[in-house]
Design a protein around this ligand. Structure first.
Ligand SMILES: Cc1cc2nc3c(=O)[nH]c(=O)nc-3n(C[C@H](O)[C@H](O)[C@H](O)COP(=O)(O)OP(=O)(O)OC[C@H]3O[C@@H](n4cnc5c(N)ncnc54)[C@H](O)[C@@H]3O)c2cc1C
Length: 386
């Protein structure tokens, strides 16, 4: 009897775990290494929520990956026996015409996704906690929602352990991609038939990962709020709010499924160290986020700050994901900035397909960057969920 091929994965964030899930399903014996207990509270994947939505500005390639991403999540829910998702829909707002919102609308309509325009004067009637003042453009989308990130990461790690995936606590000093191996900080080496590097915002500093100069860690602030009593029910039934602009803007995640109302901004700080920096947000950092949100909120002064934290993105300049072979048996996953979580199961399935087929490995980077349609066979692991 042939032994199973072995895979070694660095990183037990959502990318490493979803790669482990897909490789395990495909018959690999998988070992996952992480420097921290899993879930790692300093990782990019561990927070109450992450958003999934079709609105993607001019990045139509990522918009087109959303439907397959939803299918891949269905496979995860089936594996976990739990559905860590609430559909909220989307409300996109902009205080100027054109830009991200108009690009999103054009791409959505061109691909047959129904989004409904909303006049500024109708915003408060529909969403009583929001002001329509200063709004130049708005639309709603019925699809999209909140993925409960911390529940997913913890559930997936437990599920994989039960499936025989081995987890090892170890800090990796360098990747030795030519031989599908890693060297630990204690000098020991581990090798396998396949190596996957999924180090999140630690990636740019990881020797041998090939990311220095291409990806940068970026400190991002999120703020948890308590809405005034008269607006709590409205927020609980609200869509995710996207008020994104080049020079500022913010997003809001409604308090669904027992989580808090959260706001954050999408500008990249492009600085910080995911390992060493304090995770408390400063007063100035909190104030900066609140300043974006205040003009949109009715009775903004009545909101209470429950807490705030710093989290780290791994930013690629064009916000394009990096999924590529470093050597015939080694892959790196990075550059997920503020939008990778929603795609993790889909990316894991594509990586597992590419690990067994050199033509698919060549096609992987262009698709993951949102530029190319998937090569035939790349998403063969997606099961029909209809
Ligand atoms: C505030 C914030 C909001 C976001 N919002 C969204 C959203 O709404 N929708 C969306 O789709 N995406 C969103 N994202 C992006 C998404 O969460 C990330 O892209 C994703 O979680 C990255 O996962 P990862 O597995 O690559 O990284 P991580 O979760 O950071 O995992 C990397 C793991 O590797 C380990 N590791 C690193 N280096 C070493 C080493 N040398 N030795 C051993 N172990 C090591 C770390 O300990 C860590 O556990 C957001 C991100 C942030 C920070």
């Amino acid at each position: 009897m042939n032994a199973k091929p072995s895979a070694l994965i660095l990183g037990a964030g959502i990318m490493g775990l979803c790669s482990a899930w897909a490789l395990n399903r495909a018959g690999w014996q998988v070992r996952v290494l992480d420097q921290a207990p899993i879930p790692n509270p300093r990782g990019a994947s561990v927070d109450q929520h992450r958003l999934i939505r079709h609105a993607y500005g001019a990045q139509a390639g990522y918009m087109r990956m959303i439907d397959p991403a939803f299918k891949a999540w269905e496979m995860i829910w089936a594996a976990l026996g739990a559905r860590h998702y609430v559909e909220t829909g989307v409300l996109a707002l902009a205080d100027h015409p054109g830009g991200w919102l108009a690009e999103s609308r054009a791409a959505l309509l061109a691909d047959g996704h129904g989004c409904a325009d909303l006049a500024a004067g109708d915003i408060t009637a529909r969403f009583p906690m929001l002001s329509g003042q200063g709004i130049a453009d708005a639309f709603t989308l019925p699809r999209g929602g909140v993925l409960f990130a911390d529940r997913i990461v913890a559930g997936l790690a437990a599920h994989l352990a039960a499936q025989g995936v081995v987890f090892e606590a170890a800090e990796v000093a360098a990747a030795l991609s030519e031989k599908a191996a890693i060297r630990l900080t204690n000098g020991a080496e581990r090798c396998a038939d396949l190596l996957v590097l999924a180090a999140g915002p630690w990636g740019p500093k990881l020797a041998g990962a090939g990311l220095a100069g291409r990806v940068v860690a970026s400190r991002q602030i999120l703020v948890r709020l308590e809405a005034p009593p008269e607006f709590r029910a409205a927020w609980e039934a609200a869509p995710m709010l996207l008020d994104l602009a080049e020079d500022g803007g913010f997003y809001a995640v409604p308090p669904v499924g027992g989580t808090a109302l959260k706001i954050g901004d999408h500008r990249f700080s492009r600085q910080g160290d995911a390992g060493a920096d304090p995770r408390e947000a400063t007063k100035a950092e909190i104030e900066e986020i609140l300043a974006f949100a205040r003009p949109r909120l009715i009775d903004a002064g009545a909101y209470r700050v429950l807490g705030a934290a710093a989290c780290y993105y791994d930013v690629e300049d064009r916000e394009e994901f990096i999924l590529e072979a470093l050597a015939p048996r080694s892959f790196v996953m990075s550059g997920f900035s503020g939008h990778g979580f929603k795609f993790a199961p889909l990316l894991g399935l594509a990586l597992a397909a590419a690990a067994e087929d050199t033509a698919l490995a060549r096609a992987l980077p262009g698709w993951a960057a949102g530029r190319d349609a998937p090569a035939p066979g790349l998403l063969a692991g997606l099961e029909s969920t209809t």
